[in-house]
Design a protein around this ligand. Structure first.
Ligand SMILES: [Zn+2]
Ligand SMILES: [Zn+2]
Length: 292
């Protein structure tokens, strides 16, 4: 359901056509003969009997923000697209941290072992630079060495095959990663945890905290928490037949692990503290920050 047109240029064809489509939907869902106006001034708080008025308001002020699901005009929730499956993949971490399957051959790693794309290596390196005890330093040196050394050429592929083999031996439904890439994805999430929090499609609330986490619909706009399936078979023996897909998900990267990761490297930590510790504050302008 692409409704980007709602917030497009109000002179554009997509907006003009979209408003006519919206008015047809609104006409078909009049409440006691009235239609709520979702314009940026009325914000669904006022209703009119003439759709002409709403037509005029929409061109004058545009739609109110975040009115993605037309809950005041007959819609109950977001409908699922045909062939839609839940996107359970964590962002494409291959892009994110710069590795792809079969990309850890030794020649990929820069001579100083400081390949920026090599997140795990960088993390070990940082930890090595900062550690205080001799014993710990030795352990990290060993880990770094192991990390940089492929067991033998093509071992990533062999590791993938081994993972597949072990996965087949383990009981069904086991959570063992299937490829080297999957396995790395898990490792690279260290220190970069993500919390996925369901949200109202119209951005009214997050399904988070005691009051909201178990609700099935938004208490403000009544939009359903999960997408509506056209082929919904409901529950069979108390079990949902298919996995439900949330209408909207917010990705939350907790700040504390990220700060910890940023400050783990002494060099970065010094730069992060620069404004507080090293910036000269003598009333002279010498840095862009002095102008603020
Ligand atoms: Zn209005
Ligand atoms: Zn809502």
């Amino acid at each position: 359901m692409d409704r980007q047109w709602m917030y497009a240029d109000r002179r554009s064809k997509e907006f003009i056509d979209g408003v006519h489509y919206f008015l047809r939907v609104a006409e078909a869902n009049r409440q006691r003969g009235f239609i709520c106006c979702p314009c940026n001034k009325c914000k669904n708080q006022k209703e009119y009997s003439a759709s002409r008025t709403i037509h005029f308001h929409l061109f004058e002020s545009g739609f109110m923000p975040s009115y993605n699901c037309w809950t005041s005009h007959g819609e109950q929730g977001i409908e699922m697209e045909e062939d839609e499956v839940e996107d359970d993949n964590i962002l494409d971490f291959a892009q994110y941290v710069g590795f792809e399957e079969n990309q850890t051959d030794e020649e990929e790693i820069a001579a100083d072992g400081n390949d920026v794309a090599d997140d795990l290596g960088q993390m070990l390196q940082d930890a090595r630079e900062d550690c205080e005890s001799e014993k710990e330093a030795h352990k990290l040196d060993k880990m770094l060495e192991d990390h940089r050394t492929s067991l033998y050429p093509g071992c990533d592929k062999a590791f993938s095959n081994l993972l597949k083999l072990v996965k087949n031996i383990l009981p069904g439904g086991n959570k063992l990663p299937e490829t080297t890439y999957e396995a790395k994805k898990i490792v690279c999430l260290l220190g970069l945890e993500v919390h996925k929090i369901h949200a109202c499609p119209n951005d009214c609330i997050l399904y988070h905290g005691e009051e909201y986490e178990n609700l099935e619909a938004c208490p403000v706009c009544k939009a359903l928490r999960y997408k509506i399936r056209r082929d919904d078979l409901g529950e069979v023996d108390g079990q949902l037949t298919k996995k439900r897909i949330p209408a909207k998900v917010m990705w939350y990267f907790p700040i504390i692990p990220r700060l910890r990761r940023l400050f783990r490297n002494k060099g970065n930590a010094r730069m992060l503290r620069w404004h507080a510790e090293e910036r000269q504050q003598d009333g002279m302008l010498r840095h862009p920050a002095d102008g603020s």
